[in-house]
Write a new protein. Structure first.
Length: 377
């Protein structure tokens, strides 16, 4: 199953909106065929593994697959039909299909055909392969994840604003890897004006890829500067969408539209974009996942509105020990441990000298916040 997971990862960022799936065929204790879902619309992992064998599997063959075999015809035919037709008598599965309409149906079909089915092998690892897909299928809304990078004492910049680079090369490369998995990346106006980020996935050996780029700017203050940020003027500007409110000047909106930049306008009394309505708009546009990369106001607001589903926290072995250094998050009044936001289903990874902690956001019964801090849009 670990080999099947390795194969599934080869489809990273290419299978959207379908899941990543890997498959291994074993005969007499030896791997004789492999397959993985490589691209949306392409053959499924199980069919590839079976077809590439170029013969019928032996009577003692076992098929290992990271996700429950599909039981509907779709564009490529049901994998359960291919398995049964091949004569395979034993199937070992990692994760169950998250779609409530299909969950367990593939298992039932195979068992009725006399195939032994074993489920849940490395189930958590197999489920983790498809965080965005699983959320989209079960919740019918986009998967909103936040990304933070900080020192051991929770600072993202020195008191003078220096922040490049807190984390090392392996951690930054990992961020680019995750960017390729998300349909969209989001940042706030302050981040765009301070860092002028490119907001693309740039990994060694791979062509630069640009997701949808959201800039949250309730008053379009990022358009005021004479020098337009790169996301409003580069070769990918038509992939950029400014997310704003009715408080923004119509002249700024026209300026962006003339540049080929998209603009989403939401009604707001405070000038802060309502993230619940933004999520609904993303769903309507078919955007299944958004990675929020900063800044602190945008991510803090997402937590305040309980709109963040997942969090990536990169931590560097650096200590500023300076209360005037910029904090990774702030503005909350957490008076009791029971009021703290926590992560569930935590996974950890060492990246050079840095560490990544990630997991689902678990909200407390109440969140107290300094509303004046979050009223800046």
């Amino acid at each position: 199953m670990r080999r099947a997971i390795e194969l599934a990862l080869r489809g990273w960022g290419a299978t959207r909106p379908n899941p990543m799936v890997g498959c291994v065929l074993v005969e007499e204790g030896t791997v004789t065929s492999e397959g993985y879902h490589g691209v949306d619309g392409g053959p499924h992992a199980e069919r590839l593994a079976i077809d590439s064998l170029m013969r019928n599997p032996g009577p003692d063959s076992t098929l290992y697959v990271t996700l429950e075999p599909c039981s509907t015809a779709g564009r490529t035919g049901a994998c359960t039909d291919a398995i049964i037709a091949s004569g395979i008598r034993r199937v070992v599965v990692g994760a169950t299909d998250p779609n409530p309409a299909h969950a367990g149906r593939g298992f039932e079909i195979l068992r009725k055909a006399g195939v032994e089915v074993i489920t849940g092998v490395l189930g958590e690892d197999c489920t983790d392969l498809n965080l965005i897909f699983n959320h989209w299928i079960t919740q019918k809304t986009p998967f909103f994840a936040g990304k933070l990078a900080a020192t051991l004492d929770g600072r993202i910049a020195t008191r003078t604003g220096e922040s490049k680079w807190i984390t090392g090369g392996p951690a930054r490369e990992d961020v680019h890897r995750w960017r390729r998995l998300f349909a969209a990346i989001a940042v706030g106006a302050g981040t765009v004006m301070a860092d002028n980020p490119r907001m693309t996935a740039r990994s060694a050996g791979q062509k630069e890829w640009c997701p949808v780029r959201f800039v949250f700017d309730g008053h379009l203050r990022s358009v005021v500067d004479r020098m337009m940020p790169a996301v409003y003027s580069d070769e990918f500007r038509e992939r950029t969408i400014a997310v704003t409110t009715q408080h923004a000047g119509t002249g700024y909106v026209r300026k962006l539209l003339d540049q080929g930049v998209g603009v989403w306008v939401f009604e707001s009394t405070s000038g802060r974009v309502p993230l619940g309505e933004f999520r609904s708009r993303c769903a309507a546009e078919g955007i299944d996942g958004v990675l929020f990369e900063g800044g602190a106001l945008l991510l803090g607001g997402a937590l305040l509105e309980r709109q963040l589903d997942y969090l990536f926290m990169y931590q560097s072995p650096v200590i500023f020990a300076d209360e005037r250094a910029k904090a990774v998050l702030g503005g909350f009044r957490t008076e009791k441990l029971s009021d703290a936001v926590r992560l569930a289903g935590v996974r950890r990874q060492v990246l050079g000298d840095d560490a990544l902690v990630r997991g689902r956001v678990s909200y407390p019964g109440r969140i107290q916040a300094d509303e004046t801090l979050f009223s800046l849009g």
